[in-house]
Write a protein that binds this ligand. Structure first.
Ligand code: NDP
Ligand code: OXD
Length: 320
């Protein structure tokens, strides 16, 4: 609970983002004594940093946050909050919330799109068309496939629940291994080998934390069913990228759809660009809808001024 007297006062909100003005426009509906400042880069900030009460951002340097000495709340404009934990001392004991909004729905469409396209063989049919090649390709009902969802949080659960409409068998892996709605059976990561060797599609939706960095290493990649397609929409650094390249090159993993990478933008000399069995997208599996996200923020702002617990709070100890 927050101190009512303190939180009833005027609040300076700094929206620091390349979409700052668009997001701030939606905040104008919020009633109350709040002053919204927007900045796309540090040079644009028009308020002394120690006067910022609430920071709304996603990609921001720790040194800037460290100078906001009176910060009372940080809200991430993205679902992944790993950037804030690069230098955790900068966020101190300040509550950190994150955006959910449209992200699980959108990322589900991305994942489903790629799974269905692969299962139907859209790319092979297109290649055949270009060669005027009338070739019958097998097209099995997706309900005969198994999808392993690694990370059964907001995004993983939504993907699982949507796959259920196609009667797909789903397995989940999470830190706790707790059973969740929308996924048939969930396990802890210690069951990776069995689950990965069984799956036709593996969907990684893990956050990047100290524990998940390189969690899927050479041995774990080695356990994946060679016929499987791997989709990574979580964070690039949860997979050992060099080991992944080697497995893909030797065909020991059939195909990968990658939206996130160790380094973004993906450097032009990264071998992933030219592997024929890799589909690369530039971290677009889900993009925050600013109106929905502002509405989510507005609900939390009301809770903030009423001294209530904030929603979508990040657990600082776990880092997600
Ligand atoms: P949640 O916090 O809701 O869920 C995270 C899941 O990961 C939980 O199931 C958690 O387990 C599991 N997990 C955490 N640590 C481990 C571990 N060490 N071993 C196994 N499982 C673990 O996150 P969201 O679903 O909302 O988002 C997931 C990630 O997706 C974000 O952090 C972000 O990186 C990424 N993302 C990518 C986008 C894109 O455009 N590509 C867009 C939006 C998000 P448990 O349930 O036991 O706590
Ligand atoms: C992310 C996001 O965390 O886009 O990647 O929200």
């Amino acid at each position: 609970m927050y101190n009512m007297l303190m939180t009833r006062a005027k609040h300076n909100i700094l929206v620091f983002s390349r979409m700052a003005e668009d997001f701030a426009r939606h905040l104008e509906r919020i009633k109350g004594d709040l002053h919204i400042h927007t900045a796309r880069r540090s040079g644009d900030i028009d308020i002394p940093l120690e006067e910022v009460d609430i920071l709304v951002s996603w990609l921001i340097r720790a040194e800037l946050i460290a100078k906001m000495k009176n910060l009372k709340w940080i809200h991430s404009l993205g679902a992944g909050v790993d950037v804030f934990f690069r230098e955790p001392e900068s966020i101190r004991d300040i509550p950190l919330t994150r955006t959910i909004a449209n992200l699980p729905a959108l990322i589900t469409q991305y994942v489903l799109g790629h799974i269905l396209a692969d299962n139907i063989g859209i790319e092979q049919h297109r290649q055949n068309q270009l060669k005027k090649n009338w070739e019958w390709l097998p097209f099995n009902d997706i309900n005969s496939k198994t999808v392993l969802i690694v990370g059964t949080g907001e995004i993983g659960r939504r993907i699982g629940a949507t796959l259920k409409h196609f009667d797909v068998a789903t397995t989940g892996i999470s830190r706790s291994g707790r059973q969740v709605e929308g996924i048939d059976t969930c396990y802890e990561f210690s069951h990776w080998n069995a689950a990965a060797s069984w799956a036709d599609y593996l969907v990684i939706t893990l956050p990047l934390t100290k524990e998940t960095q390189n969690l899927i290493g050479k041995a774990e990649l080695g356990a994946i069913n060679p016929e499987a397609m791997l989709i990574n929409v979580g964070r690039g650094k949860v997979i050992d990228e060099a080991a992944l390249i080697s497995r893909l090159r030797s065909g020991k993993i059939r195909k990968a759809v990658l939206d996130v990478f160790h380094e973004e933008p993906l450097p032009s000399d990264n071998p992933l660009w030219s592997l024929p069995n890799v589909v690369i997208t530039p971290h677009v599996a889900a993009v925050t809808d600013l109106k929905l996200s502002a509405a989510e923020f507005a609900v939390n702002y009301e809770r903030f001024i009423n001294g209530e617990n904030l929603l979508n709070l990040v657990d600082k100890a776990r880092g997600y």
